[in-house]
Design a protein around this ligand. Sequence first.
Ligand SMILES: CCCCCCCCC/C=C/C=C/C(=O)SCCNC(=O)CCNC(=O)[C@H](O)C(C)(C)COP(=O)(O)OP(=O)(O)OC[C@H]1O[C@@H](n2cnc3c(N)ncnc32)[C@H](O)[C@@H]1OP(=O)(O)O
Ligand SMILES: NC(=O)C1=CN([C@@H]2O[C@H](COP(=O)(O)OP(=O)(O)OC[C@H]3O[C@@H](n4cnc5c(N)ncnc54)[C@H](OP(=O)(O)O)[C@@H]3O)[C@@H](O)[C@H]2O)C=CC1
Length: 299
Amino acid sequence: QLVQSTFFPPAEGVMLPTGSFSNRVAFITGGGTGLGRAMTSTLSQLGAQCVIASRKLDVLQQTAEEISSQTGNKVHAVECDVRDPQAVARCVERMETLTGLPDVIINNAAGNFVCPSERLSPNAWRSITDIVLNGTAFVTLELGKRLIQSRKGASFLAITTIYAESGSGFVVPSASAKAGVEALYKSLAAEWGRYGHRFNIIQPGPIRTKGAFSRLDPTGAFEKAMISRIPTGRLGKPAEIANLAAFVSSDYATWMSGAVIRLDGGEYVSMAGEFNELRRVTPDQWKMMEAMIRNTRGS
Ligand SMILES: CCCCCCCCC/C=C/C=C/C(=O)SCCNC(=O)CCNC(=O)[C@H](O)C(C)(C)COP(=O)(O)OP(=O)(O)OC[C@H]1O[C@@H](n2cnc3c(N)ncnc32)[C@H](O)[C@@H]1OP(=O)(O)O
Ligand SMILES: NC(=O)C1=CN([C@@H]2O[C@H](COP(=O)(O)OP(=O)(O)OC[C@H]3O[C@@H](n4cnc5c(N)ncnc54)[C@H](OP(=O)(O)O)[C@@H]3O)[C@@H](O)[C@H]2O)C=CC1
């Protein structure tokens, strides 16, 4: 952590009023681990009945038991590989039986690893883009069609990343697929408002989770450099994303649709600005540089 992080301590308590999601059902892909688990925990504390889905049923079941024993609200675990549209349809059928169709859908499941693009096999490309782009599309279309048929409104949220906008070397399948997810959600925000559906996007900056950090910085060698470019001087916390996701999915945000919200401690703008490296210039060096600039005559 950098010294300025003391100005920006994370508030990790649940932000919305108790009961904000009473009588609501929330469906969270990848809800067993990391940020998905944090969002499930927050929504469950706020009264939602949650359904979490991913490939590893044992992980999902353990998370579901832990959260529901803390909150007293049901959390259902449903096995689902989002790459398989038939598995997605079966998962949604199971959810309809357990809870009925959801009010809140969070597309959070993802796959990623750092790799020079010239080392990627076609299957490596397919693996990431299938989870991130096709998986989000299959979940969104399956649920969207059923919600439209039932004339039920819903809030859809996709978790992308800050480099969905800029692109990034060494995570090219992820960058391409996340950019596709953003196009999908912005497009549906325009098309399906008439059915009572909102679509929003959160772009998190770096937040320590085992899933992300073990695949993106396996040796830990890049963490210090990464934190040094974050103006608020620290990583994000899962609870910070969870509070934002809860707000975006809540009745306090019914006028929000098609929004792309970056929550990254300022990392994106810090990397983007041409002159931002001048942060390193000391007061004495500024004195000298200013004198040089003022003494310049003509062009
Ligand atoms: C600079 C410091 C950075 C510090 C962190 C900063 C973070 C800030 C921004 C973060 C953004 C985060 C975005 C995320 O999405 S994080 C989410 C991460 N979580 C996961 O990835 C969880 C799920 N992942 C997985 O299950 C696997 O990793 C998987 C590979 C994506 C999928 O698993 P599976 O289906 O079992 O696939 P496999 O059969 O194992 O592999 C499929 C093909 O992919 C090839 N492959 C796998 N790993 C690698 C690798 N490391 N390098 C190259 N190729 C790889 C594999 O070989 C297969 O191809 P084939 O051999 O041709 O068949
Ligand atoms: N942590 C960070 O710094 C950042 C994370 N993000 C995004 O946040 C989200 C959560 O990531 P994070 O919590 O860090 O990482 P995790 O690895 O913990 O989460 C990824 C989840 O996706 C699930 N998943 C992967 N493949 C599939 C599949 N085929 N079908 C269903 N579920 C699947 C995994 O469960 P299982 O293995 O059981 O299938 C896992 O629970 C992702 O969208 C990621 O891109 C974005 C920017 C920064």
